[in-house]
Design a protein around this ligand. Structure first.
Ligand code: C2E
Ligand code: CA
Ligand code: CA
Length: 397
């Protein structure tokens, strides 16, 4: 993304400082910069303006609606936006506001202590990653709740499998189960069209059980044929607030005669994690039983260092956004390589998603990433196609 294509909004009560910021942005190449003198005005502009604002630079201390209240309202809107905080407060205060901002689900590009210099500002703007996938996730569902319910009753949902490949030696180390709806009219439907609807209407557990059951069955069949591969299943946060979840999963896997260590559960922790205690109990119990636990979409603002320290993860899955843009964006590459470094220090297996080309593969290999997943290796496919694919797979150089 080029700076001249981004829409900026500067919220700063101090006229001189606001004008200075606008001038800095303009001289960096920005073409669209909107201004507001407090949080309320900024919020109004943010809601009204098209094209939408990409990056907000906000002061914390403003009369009327201050920066913190502004962040809360932004979080409640649930619209993807990136924020740079600026403040004359001391760094420990700024750091607690940083944590708060992330907890509201906002992508924070950074916090700058005043005075702001063009160098500091530019470095943070360069952290910007366009939120394409987030936008797709909020796209309106094409199916009614009744249609989804009927699909579930008729057993039309199944996992597709996408290979996870060891980068050092090229062997297939596992597969991620991704839900697909075999719709009688629309054909194979991807999860964006039904997951959120299921989550919001108490249907997600039905899908999860189906996914876990088939994934466990398939994984055991692979074992039987000499393919020593794990299977990963996505767990919705909604399911984690059921305190019986860990025991249910353990029973289900036992019934399929699969060892828990062959299954990895992927979790994207979000700001909306309402029942933290129950989620922690479930995750810790699953880990104690031997399941792998993966932190999904790492780096997207929801998943932070803190999550890593309180949940006994075994795997860190770096969000495809960073992988995809790491080739041409040095900021993404820095995030990628420092995430890999951290995974190594925490003794977590590192997985990169969104490996689309040989260039991505080479970069990850150079950075010492353990596992690659992405279109360069293979797209998600049904169980039969996956089994055929494994037999024909030849690792890249
Ligand atoms: P995710 O867990 O981050 O899964 C990775 C997504 O990236 C998949 O999208 C996959 O098809 C896609 N992908 C894989 N390789 C590449 C690549 O090289 N480039 C690009 N651009 N994309 C790639 P999919 O299958 O549409 O799934 C979307 C999301 O839906 C998943 O994101 C996951 O959050 C959710 N989901 C899928 N299955 C389930 C499920 O059974 N339960 C729950 N709760 N969520 C699920
Ligand atoms: Ca996943
Ligand atoms: Ca992911």
């Amino acid at each position: 993304m080029r700076i001249d294509e981004l829409h900026f909004l500067v919220a700063e009560d101090h006229d001189f400082q606001r004008k200075t910021l606008v001038r800095m942005l303009t001289s960096m190449g920005a073409k669209r910069v909107s201004e507001a003198a407090d949080g309320r005005a900024a919020l109004g502009i943010f809601i009204d303006l098209t094209p939408p604002v990409d990056i907000i630079i906000s002061d914390l201390d403003m009369p009327g609606m201050d920066g913190m209240a502004f962040m809360r309202h932004l979080g409640e809107l649930g619209v993807p936006v990136s924020v740079i905080l600026s403040s004359a407060l001391d760094s420990s205060l700024i750091s607690s506001v940083e944590t708060m901002t992330k907890a509201y689900g906002i992508t924070l590009l950074g916090a700058i202590e005043k005075p702001i210099t063009p160098q500091k500002l530019e470095a943070m703007v360069r952290n910007y990653v366009a939120p394409q996938r987030k936008a797709a996730k909020t796209a309106a569902a094409v199916f009614t709740l009744e249609e989804i319910r009927e699909g579930l009753t008729k057993g039309q949902f199944e996992p597709f499998f996408q290979p996870k490949v060891n980068i050092a030696d090229g062997h297939v180390s596992g597969a991620e189960a991704l839900a697909r709806w075999r719709h009688p009219v629309k054909g194979v439907v991807a999860p964006y069209a039904f997951i959120t609807e299921m989550e919001n209407n108490g249907l997600i557990d039905q899908l999860t059980w189906k996914m876990l059951e088939i994934a466990a069955q398939r994984c055991r069949e692979w074992m039987g044929r000499g393919l020593d591969a794990t299977v990963s299943v996505n767990l919705s946060l909604k399911s984690l607030s059921d305190s019986g979840l860990a025991d249910h999963i353990t029973e289900l896997v036992a019934a399929q005669k699969l060892a828990p260590k062959c299954m990895v559960l992927e979790i994207t922790e979000s700001a909306a994690m309402t029942d933290l205690a129950k989620a922690l109990e479930n995750l810790t119990r699953l880990r104690m039983k031997g399941f792998g636990l993966s932190i999904d979409d790492y780096g997207t603002g929801y998943s932070s260092m803190q999550q890593l320290s309180r949940i006994p993860f075994t795997e860190l899955k770096i969000d495809q956004g960073f992988v995809l843009s790491a080739i041409e964006k040095s900021a993404s590459k820095v995030i990628l390589s420092s995430s890999l470094e951290m995974a190594k220090n925490l003794k977590l297996k590192s997985v990169a998603e969104g490996v689309e080309t040989q260039a991505h593969w080479n970069l990850l290999k150079g950075l010492g990433c353990d596992i690659a997943q992405g279109y360069f290796v293979a797209k998600p496919m049904d169980a039969k196609a996956f089994e055929d694919w494994v037999l024909e797979w030849t690792p890249p150089e």
